[in-house]
Design a protein around this ligand. Sequence first.
Ligand SMILES: [Zn+2]
Length: 438
Amino acid sequence: MTASTGTSSSTISSGSAATSAATTTTTGASATGPQTNTWGTTIPPLSQITSGMPSQPTLPLTATYSAGATPPISGAPALPTPFVFQAASWPPQDQIAPTDSTEVAEWMQELDGFDIPDIPPTADGTCVGDPAAAADAASRGWWTCGGYTRDTDIVACPDKLTWGVSFDDGPAFYSKQLLDYLSSINVTSTFFVVGSRVVERPQVLVEEYMTGHEIAVHTWSHRPLTMLTTEQVVAELGWTRKAIKEVLGVTPTLMRPPYGDIDDRVRAICLAMGMIPVIWTRTPSGATFDTNDWKVAGGVVNGSQSFATFQAILNNATLLDTGFIVLEHDLYPQTVDLAIGYTLPAALNFTPHLTMDSIGYCNNIPATNLYRETNQNTSFPYSNSTSGDSSVPSGSGGTSASKSKTSGSIPALNIDAIPTTIIGTAVMAAVGALLLQV
Ligand SMILES: [Zn+2]
């Protein structure tokens, strides 16, 4: 990889209302017992990680990766010219992506030939909000409502005591602190990024990608996908995929539904568009591996409570036959402080020893399979498609790739790429949910 050593990019600029709370840059987050890390920022004591805490200063990006730089993925296109956000060319940020565009019409064609189940959208993506849908959750394969999974979902790492590390909802103000810490402990992560954030902070995404982390899709406006129409789901995935492609030159083949909200209709759409759903681990007894760090930023729980949740997750993880995936976020300063000050160090020092890797890596998915442009596996992520298609124009969203799809069913995954142990875990989780929650 090459990176210019000239001017560092400026401190990440402020963005939308969704992250406006992070715009203050007061120092001195704690008067008592702060931890100072090796690059000079300060981690507050757990008790002071709250929704109202003073913000840390943001760190400048350390390198500006030039157009034409070689990414760390074999065969990946050279880094494009730096992305310039022109709002008129994109849906309004943080709003459900409109469906009345030529782009969405083209992306809809990718569903041709696929059997998209005729499941009506849920009221709001929750069991409580839609009792009728909740009663049908098992047949819908609705994860949010009972933890139902399908064998195409990635919900863990295959090897016991292996943590598939991921951070969601960025790229954000404090992602750089997280990147520096991950580098210091030699751990890579999967970043599930929101399209509305990608267009705001493209250079943060570039640094994540160029320093060896995995990039995956987390929708445009971060709505529960089961409540959206099929056209809206396509728009949410398509615009995010397009944003990532324009910034990095590659198109991810992994996605994570916000809130884990997925059912068989949403799954089929994701797979038809060439993206494998990744959720987080849920034990047969129904414990989800959600740190609740996002609730700290929202003022619902405090840092101590979130960290206690994480410690319980690690203890639960020792009881699994497989590894695990945990939900954490890099969007807010509180969640980044929890990660670099507490959860990641706790995992490093945990007994028994934990292995920590990004999710694709821990699932033995070759790095080249993680992007459409470098994927050489014709049965990944779908079984009847032209893979490795580098002819997709960045503005088309992949219509040309869709024309070769003729399968009439949800495609099978390559079982070499997705270990059968994971499939078994997913099925067992669903069975467990059936037995214990009905
Ligand atoms: Zn999210």
